[in-house]
Write a protein that binds this ligand. Structure first.
Ligand code: ZN
Length: 277
């Protein structure tokens, strides 16, 4: 694939930044069960509708110096960072993979992963719009000329099934009293039914599987668990107990699989082959 024109990469990057702006709206509104199309964006502090020239990705935040034009309330740095990140993801995908369905799939999965990581970290929820909507998009894109629809369907089923087994095993252990802890006692005292994984995690992994196939699902779960352990063991040592937004780590695993999955699986395959008969 020849390196695309810088103009094409820049154009796709601007599109990505605008998509990142929409992702900000989704991350804010979906967990609150608000529509992402209407009404127009407003300042959360004073409620003034935001004019288009104050809503340009990254630029407006810089020009307004992180404050609302009307009430001077602070605008979170999360907004321009998400716009910048999604812009770079889309530009990078086209730069490396050329203007192709492969680039579109990679950029879309990374964008969905970022949206899921943000909503799960901030609200402990994974909106169906990201998981099931992404699943539909992944399956549809597998019908493209270079796509593998059977692999996508098997990947989606594998992603759901793998986490279902993890959830069923964990919930069984919970019910048997094999897992103990202060947090669990609090949940039981509140009269809630304890659970290990949310349904959102299962739907999310079905979505990931539609993009990366069943091998990618296994790698995503493995890398996601590694990331989870790397973050949570130090937190446990510091005695800061908090619910685990597992979707954040699955999102990290999915992006790592997207970037390095083929190399990691090839490396693992050569290890197995070298150790085999
Ligand atoms: Zn304001």
């Amino acid at each position: 694939m020849p390196v695309p024109e810088p103009v094409v990469v820049a154009f796709v990057g601007v599109f990505g930044a605008m998509l990142g702006s929409f992702l900000n709206v989704c991350v804010y509104r979906l967990p609150r069960n608000e529509s992402v199309v209407a009404p127009r964006s407003r300042c959360p502090s004073c409620g003034t509708p935001i004019a288009w020239y104050d809503n340009l990705p990254v630029l407006s935040w810089l020009v307004l110096r992180a404050r609302c034009r009307h009430c001077r309330a602070r605008i979170s740095v999360q907004y321009p960072l998400v716009e910048l990140a999604v812009g770079l993801v889309w530009a990078g995908a086209v730069w490396w993979l050329g203007p192709s369905f492969e680039a579109l799939r990679a950029a879309l999965l990374a964008t969905l992963a970022l949206g899921i990581a943000l909503t799960d970290a901030q609200h402990y929820t994974i909106p169906d719009e990201f998981s099931l909507g992404g699943l539909g998009a992944g399956l549809a894109l597998s019908l493209a000329p270079d796509g593998r629809p059977l692999e996508a369907a098997i990947g989606a089923a594998a992603g759901f099934a793998l986490l279902w087994v993890v959830k069923a095993t964990g919930d069984w252990a919970l019910a048997r009293g094999l897992i103990r802890g202060e947090e669990l006692d609090q949940v039981l005292e509140a009269g809630e039914k304890p659970t290990t994984l949310g349904l959102g995690d299962l739907k999310m992994m079905a979505m990931v599987g539609a993009f990366v196939g069943w091998r990618g699902v296994l790698l995503t779960a493995f890398l996601g668990s590694l990331a989870g352990v790397a973050v949570f063991v130090p937190l446990l040592l510091l005695k800061r107990r908090a619910p685990v937004p597992f979707g954040v780590f699955l999102a990290i695993g999915a992006v790592a699989t997207l970037v390095a999955g083929d190399r990691l699986l090839g490396w693992y395959g050569s290890l197995v082959a070298a150790g085999g008969p």
